[in-house]
Design a binder for this molecule. Structure first.
Ligand SMILES: Cc1ncc(COP(=O)(O)O)c(C=O)c1O
Length: 405
């Protein structure tokens, strides 16, 4: 790999230091276009809300908002990030869970709220005049790792299907008149039929819920979950087939229930930024032990997904393409889960070599934390050969300053 967004990787490492997160602006824009293009072609009544949790860097949010996406926020400070990116209220949505009163006070600044439970209704500030929705647990879910399946019997999210009508009845009794309905059953799905199935579940249930209330929902939200390949043998999600299957399901469902097809909301996170991000890191130590360990200046604190879910990332060494045996890649954190990959084919490396993790745009920088006093890295946006710092590295003062109480 020569560079990212026209920027040379050696120069980036020398100028900004490592570890370093890098983003390809053009790739993010292309991903937005691809997703919106597919849904616009098959179901023009679709509104896309980028899931801020995937990567909340406001510089990226601004880029994504400029392509017409709104923001889906999971916590009060994510609402602030969306507001600072200039996203208008009607394009900001809140989907939390186990919401506190403070959470919902911030959520009320958004145009729509997807409540995780009926009990949250009592905590919503009086005067909220946006769209109210409940998150449904559809009874099943899907995702590339058990830890990212968010629907079904093992999920902590949403309201069981059988309890959802009572939630809307209560909300209607309290005087709410503007409703949506929401589900998000898992992340990193690459099968179009998964999205069609989730759409069918929410659409048929919505018909049964809203008909007795004499109200039409303003949106059906099928969440995010649009997956990307993380290894060379994984096939990409067929976006066109996905949008077509979702649109066909909605048309059929609406016809069966004699209602006009609803507006659709989607909340893509990973699909927008996942393959546009990279983690640049340097080799710090090599140990010929039980395995051939290659230690890096990034660890599980920098890129948590492998330790958290057993996730894998493509890894390359800058300027060295040919494998020379296998290596186990790890960081410098004092945890034995601080391992990125075990016994993978790897080039011969020496201290200082630059190692690049691919597909590190989603749930990577966003999950970084300063364990062991290993600080969060800088982030750089690359476009047309220009590299722009969009988050400075955490420094000693940030880290130590918290304790100066
Ligand atoms: C409510 C909600 N919406 C959207 C997303 C984004 O999912 P993805 O990044 O898989 O598109 C998530 C991720 O967990 C989520 O919890």
């Amino acid at each position: 790999m020569k560079g990212i967004g026209g920027c040379d990787l050696h120069e980036l490492a020398a100028r900004f230091g490592t570890p370093l997160y890098l983003y390809d602006a053009e790739r993010i824009e292309r991903n937005c276009r691809a997703l919106q293009g597919a849904f616009n072609a098959h179901y023009p009544a679709t509104d896309s809300f980028y899931a801020v949790k995937a990567n909340g860097n406001p510089h990226l949010l601004r880029l994504i908002a400029a392509r017409g996406l709104g923001a889906d926020c999971a916590a009060p400070l994510e609402v602030t990030l969306a507001e600072r990116a200039g996203i208008p209220r009607e394009n900001i949505m809140y989907t939390g869970n186990y919401e506190s009163r403070d959470d919902l006070a911030a959520a009320a600044r958004c145009g729509a709220i997807n409540l995780d439970d009926i009990t949250a209704l009592d905590k919503l500030p009086a005067g909220f005049d946006g769209i109210l929705s409940f998150r449904v647990n559809p009874g099943e879910g899907g995702g590339s790792h058990p830890g990212i399946i968010t629907g079904g019997p093992g999920a902590k999210f949403g309201i069981p299907l059988e309890s959802v009508p009572a939630a809307y009845r209560l909300a209607a009794d309290r005087g709410f008149t503007r409703f949506g309905i929401h589900l998000m059953a898992g992340s990193n799905n690459r099968d179009p039929l998964f999205f069609a199935r989730m759409t069918a579940i929410i659409c048929h249930n919505a018909a049964g819920i809203f008909r007795p209330l004499g109200i039409l929902p303003e949106y059906l939200d099928i969440g995010g979950g649009f997956g990307i390949p993380y290894t060379d043998d994984e096939t990409p999600l067929d976006l066109d087939a996905t949008a077509k299957a979702v649109a066909g399901t909605l048309a059929l469902c609406a016809a069966q229930h004699g209602v006009t097809p609803p507006r659709l909301r989607i909340e893509p996170g990973r699909y927008i930024v996942g393959d546009a991000g990279y983690l640049l890191t340097r080799v710090t130590g090599i140990k010929e032990g039980i395995h051939r360990f290659v230690g890096l200046d990034a660890g599980m604190n920098t890129l948590l997904r492998p330790a958290l879910y057993g996730a894998r990332h493509r890894v390359t060494v800058v300027g060295k393409d040919t494998p020379a045996g296998v290596a186990t890649l790890c960081g410098r954190i004092c945890e034995n889960t601080d391992i990125f990959a075990t016994d993978i084919p790897f080039p011969a490396v020496t201290e200082g070599d630059i190692v690049l993790f691919h597909d590190a745009g989603a749930y990577c920088a966003a999950m970084a934390f300063p364990y062991n006093g290993r600080l969060r890295p800088a982030e750089v946006l690359c476009e047309n050969g220009v590299a722009r710092l969009i988050a400075r590295a955490e420094d000693k003062t940030d880290f130590l300053g918290r304790y100066a109480v």
